[in-house]
Design a protein around this ligand. Structure first.
Ligand code: UT7
Length: 329
């Protein structure tokens, strides 16, 4: 019997505090009009000071576990995609394990920036289809507010905090992950393109580094924009052709929520009509590894994604990294 990996439950959690564009107008030289026109973002959520990525992830995971109707003890593997771990080590996945009481699981983090959740799904798919595991929790979670320079208008208007989670389980029905593709290109592992220079083994966090804001996100927005618009349609096509599915068959496209103009360009390049493209970047901004799973969860909860639907997830991020997943819900 063939084995497939199906998503049997999803959950998401967004912190309650809303930071609007009007709030940002009081912090940096920007305007609601500029942010809406250039990014499509109206507001984003900000975690409380004492809240870490695992706290948001645990909330999202509990919902996914409840909806999958499983016991946390059934979970055999926890994969947390994040670039904002609670600590360098232990892994955020271990804190999530403790928070949900999944004592029988192995736990580890995945570092693939905004593409991290689809990296996690790809791994979960391989581990389930091979027969190694039956039940895996995949989380995308981020608390960006600590790594954003709140004086840098080029970046601070873009990001938000949040988490999403999926329970992935073995099934013999031909559904779930029909095709998955991930890729990366380390030639673009350039800290000035998108990254944080200080805080790793290359550059410690010294007072000079802090003065130069090298412990905060650096980004060349224009270059990242162009790469995203090129890479996401290419990645999406790879999953479609692996599954021998045409773009017309897709019920819903969920692209990485970084910028409305990127999302629309990706939909247009793929030939997906606007009404089939899921958008929530207006409410949450870019939550990095969490965007696609928060969007998938919302789409399921609000009925935009129904059992039997064909859903295409696509993302890209620092590294560069990218990925696409074709799902039959
Ligand atoms: O997950 C991946 C993470 N990153 C991304 O996806 C980011 C991708 N890039 C983008 O979304 C866009 O490039 C941005 C939204 C970051 C910028 O939009 P843009 O249309 O590429 O603007 P730009 O960088 O070309 O800047 C245009 C102007 C500049 O002023 P000058 O040089 O023309 O005088 C900027 O200084 O807009 C200025 N600007 C702002 N003005 C008001 C930049 N940020 C702001 C701001 N408010 N927040």
């Amino acid at each position: 019997m063939a084995r497939y990996a199906a998503i049997t439950g999803t959950g998401s959690y967004l912190p309650e505090t809303v930071l609007t564009n009007f709030d940002l107008e009081k912090m940096v030289d920007t305007s609601d009009e500029w942010i809406r026109q250039r990014t499509g973002i109206a507001e984003r959520r900000i975690a409380e000071d004492d809240t870490a990525t695992s706290d948001l992830s645990v909330q999202a995971a509990r919902l996914a576990i409840k909806r999958a109707q499983i016991d946390p003890l059934e979970i055999e593997m926890i994969l947390v995609a994040t670039v904002t771990p609670d600590t360098f080590f232990p892994s955020t996945a271990c804190y999530v394990q403790k928070g949900i009481g999944a004592k029988n699981a192995a736990a580890m983090d995945i570092s693939a920036a905004c593409a991290g959740f689809l990296y996690g799904l790809d791994l979960a798919n391989g581990l389930i289809v091979s027969g190694q595991y039956d039940t895996i929790l995949v989380v995308g979670g981020e608390v960006f507010n600590n790594i954003v320079d709140w004086n840098d208008r080029n970046t601070c208007v873009l990001f938000g905090d949040g988490a999403g989670a999926a329970i992935v389980q073995a099934t013999e029905e031909p559904k779930g992950i029909l095709a998955s593709y991930i890729g990366s290109d380390g030639d673009y592992a350039d800290i000035d393109l998108l990254g944080i220079p200080a805080g790793g083994s290359r550059m410690p966090v010294t007072s000079e580094a802090i003065d130069q804001k090298l412990d905060k996100i650096q980004m060349n927005g224009r270059e990242v924009f162009k790469l995203g618009v090129r890479l996401m349609p290419e990645a999406a096509q790879r999953a479609l052709s692996k599954a021998n599915v045409s773009v017309e068959e897709i019920d819903l496209l969920i692209p990485h929520q970084a910028n409305l103009r990127i999302i629309e360009a990706v939909g247009d390049r793929l030939g997906v009509p606007r009404e089939k493209v899921y958008i929530n970047v207006d409410k949450y901004g870019n939550t990095s590894a969490a965007t696609v799973i928060i969007a998938l969860d919302e789409a399921i909860q609000d009925g935009r994604a129904k059992p039997g639907d064909l859903i295409l997830l696509v993302t890209f991020g620092a590294g560069l990294t990218w990925g696409s997943t074709l799902l039959r819900l």
